[in-house]
Structure formats: structure tokens, C-alpha cells
Unconditional design. Structure first.
Length: 195
């Protein structure tokens, strides 16, 4: 796990590392990963759940009770359910999304894969995700796990970060370059990915 040191440098990374090590020791990486995927989707799909996780007005005790009640409804494994309780008790529930992302990277590295962070203005469908994954696999020379997020602020296009390389083909960046060119400023060149 060559990148795990960088992951552990953040607060969420330390929590994710502890969760990953526990899941690995109990041979539950896959079930914990599925539970975290369920939680990540719940953050997107449920405004109430997102508010529970992000609101500073929800106390540690209230969050702990809510997580304990939601875990069976969401079908979470025991390790993940207990971990949510730890986040709530420690006042770190707002770190959940970052923990999910860091855990995904750790699990991908454990499987010998690399993770590509992908940002689009709208969700990609399964065919688009499969095509992108194949292109990145060819470029990276190994299996690639996609960490796809949606950010309407990029307006359109795509931003891909694979290791230290980044492709920014977002409309927002293109408009910024055009605005700089119209002001007479030298536009920043696009950062090509080196393959």
C-alpha cells in the first residue's frame, strides 16, 4: 500500500485506515466496502440522512441513536454499524464521506488496483463508467477503481485525477481560459496526462 501513508495524513484517512485494518483482520473488506457504498448512496439519495451527517446541530448522542436505528434498515454489516457509532461518539460524523472515499482507495490498493477520482456535472451511466474505466485501465496498465462524484459547478465535461496526473476537460475551466485569453492574459496550458 504505497499511498496509505498519504491517506493516513488526514483525519478521515486515519479513521478509514483503522476501519480498513479491522475489516482486513476479520476478512470483511468486501462486506464493509458494500456497507460504505450503501452509506455513500444514502448521502446522495436522502436529504434527511445527509443533514444528519453534516448538521452541527445534531448532538453526538442523537447521531449515535440515529445511526444505530438506521444500520439495520440499510442492511449494514456489524463492523460498519459499530464504526458509525464511533464516528458519532467522537463528534466526527461529518467525516463520513471522506472516510468512505479513503476506505475505497485503501481497498483498491489492497486488491492491486489504482483509484481514479472522476468528477462530472451529471452522473455517468453504466456504459460510460465501463468505457472510462477501460480507457483508464489501458493508460494505467492495471485495474482502476473509479471514485465518481457529481459536481454541477463544473457545468459539463469531466475532471479525472489518476495518481499525480489530472485531466481537466470541464466547461468551467475552458470558460476560465477563454476569459483569461480575452483579457489578454496568457492562459494556463492544459495539463496533459503522461502515459
Amino acid at each position: 500500500m504505497d499511498n496509505s501513508g498519504g491517506i493516513r495524513a488526514s483525519l478521515a484517512g486515519r479513521y478509514a485506515s483503522a476501519l480498513f485494518e479491522l475489516a482486513r483482520d476479520q476478512r470483511q473488506i468486501e462486506s464493509v466496502g458494500k456497507s460504505l457504498q450503501t452509506l455513500g448512496q444514502a448521502l446522495v439519495d436522502s436529504k434527511d440522512f445527509n443533514e444528519l451527517v453534516t448538521s452541527p446541530l445534531v448532538s453526538r448522542e442523537e447521531a449515535g441513536k440515529a445511526f444505530a436505528g438506521l444500520a439495520p434498515q440499510l442492511g449494514l454489516d456489524e463492523i460498519t454499524a459499530n464504526f458509525l457509532g464511533v464516528l458519532a461518539r467522537n463528534g466526527r460524523k461529518s467525516q463520513l464521506l471522506n472516510v468512505i472515499r479513503a476506505f475505497r482507495r485503501l481497498a483498491a490498493e489492497h486488491r492491486g488496483e489504482t483509484t481514479a477520482e472522476v468528477v462530472t456535472a451529471r452522473p455517468l451511466n453504466d456504459d460510460q463508467l465501463a468505457a472510462l474505466k477501460q480507457q483508464l485501465r489501458t493508460r494505467a496498465g492495471r485495474d482502476v477503481t473509479l471514485d465518481a462524484t457529481v459536481d454541477p459547478n463544473i457545468l459539463g465535461g469531466i475532471v479525472v485525477k489518476l495518481g499525480s496526473q489530472q485531466i481537466d476537460a470541464s466547461i468551467r475551466t475552458k470558460l476560465n481560459r477563454l476569459a483569461q485569453a480575452m483579457k489578454g492574459e496568457a492562459p494556463m496550458p492544459a495539463a496533459p496526462m503522461k502515459g
